[in-house]
Write a protein that binds this ligand. Structure first.
Ligand code: NAP
Ligand code: GDD
Length: 325
């Protein structure tokens, strides 16, 4: 019997790589949509040792015809839409591109499924950024949204289009409202990885200081390896639905810095400088999720404490920096 197929957009990103690994372990035939890029895109798949195990299909989520071809070719039972311009900071300088990729891209996937594979189950990578200027101190599936960035607004459009395709056309379309999740495969522009990489480089004498923006911001940070399990679980449910995926604990960027620098025997206060240019035009000051529904309905909960996550990231950065030194 042919293996159950899954199609992942954004397969070369942090979550795409961990999800591909998880699905391969579960016996799926894993297909990924690969947009054309000049630089090395496959480093995360190589890092996890799965680059030869996934089947990559030329395509871009902004190009509907390529998305339809990818769906037709892979005949997926499950489609995970992880592709996005996902860096919040860039979404102010490239708001239209962000809208096209992060917003319209999701609708292209939904329409391709509706036309070519209506029985496929669909996962949309929604985000706690949609809560933005929070309306409730702890955010759940029923908390009103108030996005604070072009990225958050684009994701909110994709989120509601997912709900709308579920309600209008009966698609098995679910939306995971994931809070921040990190790993050694996190892009270096995001604050945790920026900090763990800097701590490692400063320890090795390759860098002196680290410039950051708002270190009073608070995030509910978990481990990406844990969070991709929740994505898969959502698509195993009889009924599609929306779920908050979070740890239920929030920490300041400042305290996260302290964890990272302590892990290499340094004090962040001796190395971190505040750069007003890194402040955002509108900030999401604090995020804290209530993962109760995911725990009750999916049997999922986060298992990696922030201390372990940051140590894991610092160790990985130390190892990689030593290798390239
Ligand atoms: P990521 O590392 O930035 O991965 C995004 C992926 O999308 C990359 O592989 C990227 O390729 C690809 N991509 C960009 N534009 C594309 C296009 N036009 N067509 C096809 N692929 C394209 O993000 P992540 O952290 O893995 O997050 C995965 C998803 O979850 C994203 O949608 C993100 O917005 C969402 N999310 C993330 C978090 C989090 O904390 N990590 C939380 C909530 C939601 P290139 O790098 O080559 O552009
Ligand atoms: N990136 C970055 N760089 N952030 C900084 C810096 C810095 O130098 N200094 C302070 N920060 C603050 C940001 O202002 C923000 O409040 C917080 O650190 C986290 O920033 P990021 O790590 O860039 O993540 P994010 O919360 O904006 O967005 C991430 O999480 C979302 C889920 O809530 C991304 O992964 C999004 O794609 C995701 O949807």
């Amino acid at each position: 019997m042919a293996a159950r197929a899954a199609l992942i957009t954004g397969i070369t990103g942090q979550d795409g790589a961990y999800l591909a690994k998880l699905l391969l372990q579960k016996g799926y035939a894993v297909f990924g949509v690969l947009p054309r890029r000049a630089s090395d895109m496959l480093w995360r798949l190589r890092y996890l040792g799965i680059q030869d195990d996934v089947q990559l299909l030329d395509g871009d989520v902004t190009d509907l015809s390529s998305v339809i071809r990818a769906v037709e070719h892979s005949q997926p039972a499950e489609v995970y839409n992880l592709a996005a311009q996902s860096f919040v900071g860039t979404s102010w300088s490239q708001p239209i591109l962000t809208g096209m990729v992060t917003g319209i891209g999701a609708v292209n996937l939904l329409e391709a499924i509706r036309m070519a594979q209506p029985k496929a189950r669909f996962y949309q990578a929604s985000t706690s950024e949609m809560f933005g200027q929070i309306r409730e101190p702890v955010q759940s599936e029923t908390t009103p949204f108030y996005p604070r960035s072009p990225y958050g607004a684009a994701k909110l459009y994709a989120h509601w289009m997912t709900v709308n395709h579920r309600e209008s056309f009966g698609l098995h379309a679910s939306s995971g409202i994931l809070f921040n999740h990190e790993s050694p495969l996190r892009g270096p522009e995001f604050v945790t990885r920026k900090v763990t990489l800097a701590a490692a480089r400063i320890k090795l004498g390759q860098q002196k200081s680290l410039r950051l923006g708002n270190i009073d911001a608070q995030r509910d940070w978990g481990f990406a390896g844990d969070f991709v399990e929740a994505m898969w679980l959502m698509l195993q449910q009889d009924q599609p639905d929306d779920y908050v995926v979070a740890t239920g604990r929030t920490t300041t960027v400042r305290d996260m810095c302290s964890l990272a620098f302590n892990a290499v025997g340094l004090r962040y206060e001796d190395h971190v400088e505040i750069d007003p240019a890194l402040m955002r035009p509108a900030e999401v000051e604090v995020l804290l999720g209530n993962p109760g529904k995911a725990r009750e309905r999916l049997g999922w909960s986060a298992t990696t404490p922030l201390e372990d996550l940051i140590s894991m990231m610092v160790e990985a950065d130390l190892a990689r920096e030593r290798q390239t030194a």
